[in-house]
Design a protein around this ligand. Structure first.
Ligand SMILES: Cc1cc2nc3c(=O)[nH]c(=O)nc-3n(C[C@H](O)[C@H](O)[C@H](O)COP(=O)(O)OP(=O)(O)OC[C@H]3O[C@@H](n4cnc5c(N)ncnc54)[C@H](O)[C@@H]3O)c2cc1C
Length: 397
C-alpha cells in the first residue's frame, strides 16, 4: 500500500489543525459524537464511528507514546500540545502496517476500464492499481494541498457532487466594521442569522472581530448556514451581549445602574457591558448620545440601549470565503458510497473517505474523527477486497 501525497511533508492540514495543537477527536459516547452532525451525515457515519471510535484514535496515539487529554468541553488534544506528534504517530502507523508514503507525488487523474479502477496517473505515468482510496479532502486552505483535485476526478467517473460550500469559515460583513475594533473578542453572547427580520439560526459562543468581518466559534458554526442563506437574499447577523437576561429584567437592571450613577455618562456606564472601544460608537449607533448623563437618560433612550445589548445588528453578510473555512461542506453524494465499507457504488475498486464526502461537522474534533473513522473503514475494506481478489486470481491460476 502506498500513500501518494503531493506535499513534501505528510499531514500538513493536521499540522495547522486546532491552532497547531490538533483537536484530534471529541470525547464521549459515539452516539453523542454522531449527534453533532446533521442527521443525514450522522446516519452515514454511524457504522464507521463504531468500527473506529474516538477511543480507537486515542488508543492508536497512546500506543505510539502520544498521550492525550480531554478539555472540559470534550475536545481531545495531545498532551504535548504539538500537532506534529500526531502526524508522526499516524505516519509511523502507516509504515508499521507495511505501507509507504510517497511525498511530492501529485496525482493527475484516476483511470478506469471495464473492470473498474485501473490505476492513477502521476507526472504523466500510470501507476496501475485495482484498488484506489481517495482521501484528497475538500477545497478549503488550498495552500495545504487541498485544491479539490479528487472532486474533479470522481465527477468525471460519474459520481454526483453536492455543491461545495464553505463551513467553519469567517464571515464577511458589510459595511466593514471599524478598523479599531479588530481583535476584540465578544464573549459569552449569542450570534443570530437573520433574514427579513426573522432569526433563522443562532449559536451561543464567543465571536472575534477580524479584518474581514467576524470569526471565532459562534461565527464559524453559523458560517455554513449564512453562506447557504445568501443564495436566498440579504442575510444579517445580530449579537445578543446578554443572552442570560430577557429584555424586561435587563431594562430594570440598567435602570438601577443608571439611577445609582446619575452623574455618569451612559457611554461610560455601558463599559461594564460592552468592550471599552465599542461602547461609545455603539450607543451612538443606537441613536443615543453617549455623553448623556444617567439622570437625564429617558426611558425611551434606555430601551434603545437595552435593544442594542439584546440585538446588535453587526451588519449584512457580504460573503463567506470557502478557502478560509476549516472544512468544506458538500462533496461526493453520500447515497453513492456504502457507509459500511466506503466503497463507491459507482466505480468498482474505488473507496472514498474524509472531507471529500458530503460531510461537515462542527468545531470540536468531529471532522478529524469523521476522517479517521471513514479512512479506517476504507482502508480495511480495500485491503479485504484486494486480498480476496488476489486469492481468487491465484486460485484460478
Ligand atoms: C485551519 C484548520 C484547522 C482545523 N482544525 C481542526 C481540529 O482541530 N479538529 C478537527 O477535527 N478538524 C479540524 N480541521 C478540519 C480537518 O483538518 C479536516 O476535516 C481533515 O483534515 C480532513 O481530512 P482528509 O484526510 O479528508 O483531508 P486532508 O487532511 O485535507 O488531506 C488531504 C490530503 O490530500 C492531498 N492531496 C490533495 N490532492 C492531491 C493530489 N492531486 N495528489 C496527491 N495528494 C493530494 C493533500 O495535499 C492533503 O494532504 C481544521 C481544518 C483547518 C483548515
Amino acid at each position: 500500500m502506498t500513500v501518494l501525497e503531493r506535499n513534501a511533508k505528510p499531514g500538513i492540514k493536521l499540522l495547522i489543525s486546532g491552532g497547531g495543537k490538533c483537536n484530534i477527536t471529541h470525547d464521549g459516547p459515539m452516539e453523542e459524537v454522531e449527534r453533532a452532525f446533521l442527521p443525514r451525515e450522522g446516519r452515514f457515519l454511524r457504522p464507521s464511528f463504531y468500527r473506529f471510535a474516538n477511543t480507537d484514535v486515542v488508543g492508536l496515539l497512546e500506543t505510539r507514546g502520544v498521550n492525550t487529554y480531554v478539555r472540559p468541553n470534550g475536545r481531545v488534544f495531545p498532551r504535548s500540545g504539538r500537532a506534529g506528534d500526531v502526524v508522526q504517530a499516524m505516519a509511523d502507523a502507516v509504515r508499521d502496517a507495511g505501507g509507504k508514503i510517497a511525498l511530492g507525488v501529485r496525482v493527475d487523474s484516476i483511470k478506469q476500464d471495464d473492470e473498474g479502477v485501473s490505476g492513477v496517473v502521476a507526472a504523466g505515468k500510470l501507476i496501475p492499481s485495482r484498488t484506489v482510496i481517495l482521501a484528497t479532502g475538500g477545497v478549503s486552505y488550498p495552500k495545504t494541498g487541498t485544491t479539490g483535485d479528487g472532486v474533479q476526478w470522481v465527477r468525471a467517473l460519474g459520481h454526483t457532487i453536492v455543491p461545495l460550500r464553505p463551513a467553519l469559515a469567517p464571515i464577511g460583513i458589510e459595511p466593514p466594521l471599524p478598523r479599531e475594533w479588530r481583535g476584540i473578542a465578544l464573549r459569552g453572547g449569542c450570534l443570530s442569522v437573520m433574514i427579513e427580520g426573522k432569526q433563522v439560526a443562532q449559536w451561543c459562543d464567543d465571536i472575534l472581530i477580524s479584518h474581514e468581518g467576524i470569526s471565532g466559534p459562534a461565527a464559524l458554526e453559523l458560517s455554513r448556514r449564512a453562506a447557504e442563506d445568501l443564495g436566498q437574499g440579504q442575510v444579517f447577523l445580530c449579537f445578543d451581549f446578554v443572552p442570560h437576561m430577557e429584555f424586561t429584567p435587563l431594562d430594570r437592571m440598567i435602570n438601577e445602574q443608571v439611577q445609582g450613577q446619575r452623574g455618569r455618562m451612559i457611554g461610560t456606564i455601558l463599559e461594564a457591558w460592552l468592550p471599552n472601544r465599542m461602547a461609545e460608537p455603539l450607543v451612538r449607533s443606537a441613536g443615543v448620545d453617549p455623553a448623556t448623563r444617567g439622570h437625564v437618560l429617558t426611558a425611551t433612550e434606555r430601551r434603545k440601549i437595552v435593544h442594542l445589548l439584546k440585538s446588535w445588528t453587526i451588519g449584512r453578510v457580504s460573503g463567506v470565503n470557502i478557502e478560509r473555512g476549516e472544512v468544506t461542506a458538500g462533496g461526493v453524494s453520500l447515497d453513492e458510497v456504502d457507509p459500511h465499507s466506503m466503497r463507491s457504488r459507482r466505480v468498482k475498486g474505488l473507496y472514498l473517505c474524509g472531507e471529500i464526502l458530503d460531510i461537515a461537522g462542527p468545531v470540536g474534533g468531529y471532522n478529524l474523527q469523521a476522517a479517521f473513522s471513514t479512512g479506517f473503514v476504507a482502508g480495511e475494506s480495500a485491503a479485504q477486497d484486494f486480498l480476496a481478489g488476489t486469492a481468487r486470481n491465484s486460485g484460478a491460476q
